[in-house]
Ligand binder design. Structure first.
Ligand code: GLN
Length: 304
């Protein structure tokens, strides 16, 4: 029997006081206010056991981790049509790089870089009657927690400084790969990124990716084939130009966000989340990457 609680506690105690913590991002002013001393982890075994350590119950901004949840919402609505407008190749570039695979067609390389997620946001704005409300309700249902919300201050903060995302959306619009108005799509996108969750809530939200498409409420949201595909996209594209490094060190499908969160999973076995706000130069949580490497090495549980 693996003593998961002891492993999480040991990792938390060894990393929480690291002298080097990475840098909290400043390009979204609201996120710059978060203390880099926060550190939390949470583990959900598919069989129902749960373990938390450190600041696992403090809410943080999930940022780009939301891109997996918008993709999961869009897949059953749109089917394979999604992949006519967004490719599934790793970009090898930073998250905010324009990387449109075929520049003349305006197709983003994958749904987890900003330009790809903006196209997915556009699809949801088209398909949902009240996109922000319905997406939030979806996340609440997946997580089985009605308290989850957007942080309006973070959404406004990013809307004021998100010039790069305006540029990406305008470029997509110029290629005809954005149906709705730039302002409407980005309002949705900035809100999805502003969702706040604790490590526990995030681990619960990702449970369906480990549990064959069934969420915490045991409702089926995705088919096995859809789960396989989304997990494959996380593995190859979830960490931008560090996706190779994450596979090499950690060996799990996962997704990072500039709020310092990481959500990862082993299909049919567990979901694990980590939050440490300091980022490395690739925009991934500096200590979070180390924590998950320690976890999969010490438990010997990864997809490899
Ligand atoms: N909201 C952020 C942005 O669009 C998300 C980036 C991230 O978390 N990597 O720049």
């Amino acid at each position: 029997m693996i003593d998961y609680q002891a492993i999480l506690d040991t990792i938390t105690n060894s990393l929480k006081h690291s002298a080097v913590k990475g840098e909290v991002p400043t390009y979204i002013p609201e996120l710059a206010k978060v203390k880099d001393t926060n550190f939390g982890m949470y583990l959900n075994l598919v069989d129902g056991e749960k373990y938390g350590s450190g600041d696992w119950d403090k809410p943080f901004s999930i940022q780009s981790i939301s891109k997996v949840l918008t993709l999961a919402k869009a897949v059953p609505l749109m089917g394979n049509k999604i992949f006519e407008r967004v490719d599934v190749e790793p970009s090898g570039n930073p998250f905010n790089h324009m990387s449109l695979l075929e520049l003349e067609k305006g197709i983003p390389r994958n749904p987890l870089i900003n330009s790809g997620a903006i196209v997915i946001a556009d699809m949801l704005v088209t398909h949902l009657d009240d996109p922000k409300e319905e997406f939030l309700q979806y996340v609440r249902d997946l997580t089985n927690d009605q308290s989850i919300s957007y942080n309006e201050k973070v959404a406004e903060s990013e809307a004021r400084t998100g010039f790069n995302n305006y540029a990406a959306a305008n470029l997509l619009k110029s290629f005809g790969n954005l149906i709705n108005e730039v302002e409407d799509v980005l309002d949705f996108y900035f809100h999805q990124c502003s969702i706040e969750m604790t490590c526990e809530q995030l681990s619960n939200a990702f449970y369906m990716f480990a549990n064959r498409g069934k969420c915490m409420r045991n409702t089926a949201h995705l088919t096995l084939n859809q789960v396989k595909r989304i997990n494959a996209i996380m593995l190859t594209c979830g960490f931008y130009d560090e996706a190779g490094e994450f596979a090499f060190e950690v060996g799990l499908p996962g997704k990072s966000g500039v709020g310092g969160g990481i959500a990862a999973l082993l299909p049919n076995e567990f979901t694990i989340t980590c939050w440490a706000p300091g980022l490395n130069t690739q925009g991934n949580s500096y200590l979070g990457m180390q924590a998950l490497e320690l976890f999969t090495t010490q438990t010997n549980r990864s997809i490899f």
